[in-house]
Design a protein around this ligand. Sequence first.
Ligand code: FNR
Length: 342
Amino acid sequence: MPKTNNRKNEHVSLSEKFYKEGDSSFKDIAFVHHSFPQCDVKDISLDVSMLDLPFTSPFFINAMSGGSTWTGKVNEKLAVIARETNLAMATGSVSAALKDPSQADTFQIVRKTNPNGVVFANLGAGHGLENAKRAVDLLDADALQIHLNAPQEIVMPEGDREFSDWIENIQSIVEGLDRPVIVKEVGFGMSRETVQLLESIGVKLIDISGKGGTNFAQIENYRRKDFKLDDFEAWGQSTVASLLEAQESVSQASLIASGGIRRPMEIVKALALGASLSGLSSQIMHMALDDVDQTIQTLTHWKEEIKRIMTLLGAKTIEDLKKTDIIITGDSAEWCEARAID
Ligand code: FNR
């Protein structure tokens, strides 16, 4: 861990400090077991057709790192993992490099390490088209993620307090950028109203990034020196609730799931709830900070585990998973009832 205090370093070290396994909304989802799977493990394909990009796995390394010397080194580790496991990978927000070009290499190391991989650049919704183009150019990115993080900014001592230009910014980027645009949350989840609004301005890829894993209200609250904003730590909806909201309301866009996804079974449950890809951040960070080689082995094993789960579900493709029989219980079932989701 680094000795110097810097927001980017603190985000990584605090996400690790608060890392915890288990208790996510996925415990509310159960697959119904049927005794005749009707397919063999060798029949299963993990390919995902999205963005005309070669996704050979239904999960990827979601946005986290870059913007300081140490987080540049973390990005290099993550990029080695992405290259060796053939996973797509997003960098953390490149706004630090747009403001201070001396930080550019802490992001560019990802492309340098993995020249042929699928790489996403990342930027906040406060930026316009010009910066979006610069972000993509910085990494020769295959797509741009734009993050929505209002609760994080509100709790962050030095955070933004103005959000009213976000929709206009996103629309201009979607219309003017020559790469696909993914709009994502950062662990607070999405409502069906948000999903519908994003679709109405032409967004085709939506990562609902729900509550249950990394909690940026908790991280920013911890960073506050003056009065604390504890109540914000419970803000947002779970990943399962967000997927249920999105699945019901989405018409054209593809969904991506993230937020508290820690295991192959949770990756598959997220796909069964309508996502085409599952994004993992803090889980992969947790493993990568410990041992890169072991992380590569574990993630390679996960692909086989996902194939075995899909076999039991009789799903030969990721698309087939959307037809599996699931039971929803607990808080997620209550959420569906309160929001009249079928
Ligand atoms: C993040 N996340 C994030 N998201 C984003 O869009 N831009 C960013 O710069 C960052 N930075 C960042 C740093 C660290 C250390 C973590 C752990 C996370 C949010 C991330 O992409 C994801 O949406 C949430 O973390 C929820 O997923 P997990 O961590 O619960 O798997």
